[in-house]
Design a binder for this molecule. Structure first.
Ligand SMILES: C[S@@+](CC[C@H](N)C(=O)[O-])C[C@H]1O[C@@H](n2cnc3c(N)ncnc32)[C@H](O)[C@@H]1O
Length: 248
């Protein structure tokens, strides 16, 4: 079992945004394919990228996330595997590791193993793009009295179904691990509570300097750093950290 196996049935309801898609499509058009997405989830990005005419391989460790992705059609080549060491047998013009998949790597060794593997799967001059959340110090410090339960969001589907998410988080600065306990409530259109569950998820928070340094150690040269998908400069107020790098 992987952390996302038990979340796969809710994933597309929970994350239906696509504001980042034009950014990755524009890069894929500029760079040329084939494209590999590492930690592709249920294909939120991989499927529309393939539908826009790119040859896309999606690598994902959770079997049920892969199953969810495969239900969306045949345009994507799915590989169930671990991005730290999956071997795809071909090189790619562009690689994407987006929406915090990189933060699922819980140690420096795991992150470096992935970056080295990603490098092995790029053609000379190919591009790796990594996008992660940029956390503010406030988001990583406990309020006085300790961690508290927060209401994260409400999602509403056209059929009236509603998903509520609450969470309680604890950040350990020594390990850079952010431990989250997520609470989901799924309501039918009629308002009846259909499902209620708790789920533990841990990510490792990574800042700009560490990411750049790890990329260099893994044999990349950093080409650009952005604070968002409009290509904004990265600064103290950025919610996102995007780094583009090429093998040296
Ligand atoms: C937050 S989701 C992001 C999914 C997708 N990139 C998106 O934009 O919707 C993180 C995904 O990375 C996957 N993942 C975590 N560790 C992985 C690993 N070592 N190898 C491959 N996939 C991994 C998880 O199973 C999960 O589906």
């Amino acid at each position: 079992m992987t952390e996302y196996d038990d979340l796969s049935d809710l994933y597309d309801f929970e994350y239906d945004h696509d504001y980042d898609l034009p950014f990755w499509i524009a890069l894929a058009e500029r760079e040329g394919g084939p494209v590999v997405e590492w930690g592709a989830g249920t294909g939120r990005l991989a499927v529309p990228l393939a539908d826009s005419g790119h040859e896309v391989t999606a690598v994902e460790v959770s079997e049920s996330m892969v199953e969810g992705g495969k239900k969306k059609g045949n345009a994507v080549e799915w590989t169930r595997g671990d991005m730290r060491h999956a071997s795809l047998g071909r090189d790619h013009g562009m690689a994407i590791c987006a929406f915090n998949s990189f933060l699922c790597l819980l140690s420096v060794d795991d992150a470096l193993a992935f970056l080295r593997n990603a490098r092995r799967h790029l053609v000379p001059g190919g591009l790796l793009g990594i996008e992660v959340s940029a956390f503010s110090p406030d988001e990583l410090s406990d309020p006085p009295g300790g961690p508290t339960l927060r209401h994260d969001f409400t999602r509403q589907r056209p059929d009236g179904a509603k998903l509520e998410r609450f969470s309680i988080s604890r950040y350990d600065p020594a390990s850079q691990l952010l431990h989250m306990r997520l609470f989901y409530e799924l309501y039918r259109g009629s308002g009846i509570l259909e499902n209620k569950r708790a789920h533990d998820l841990t990510i490792r928070v990574v800042g700009r300097g560490e990411l750049e340094l790890m990329l260099r150690l893994a044999g990349f040269e950093v080409e650009a750093v952005y604070g968002g998908v409009e290509g904004e400069p990265f600064d103290a107020g950025s919610d996102h950290l995007i780094v583009l790098a090429r093998p040296v």
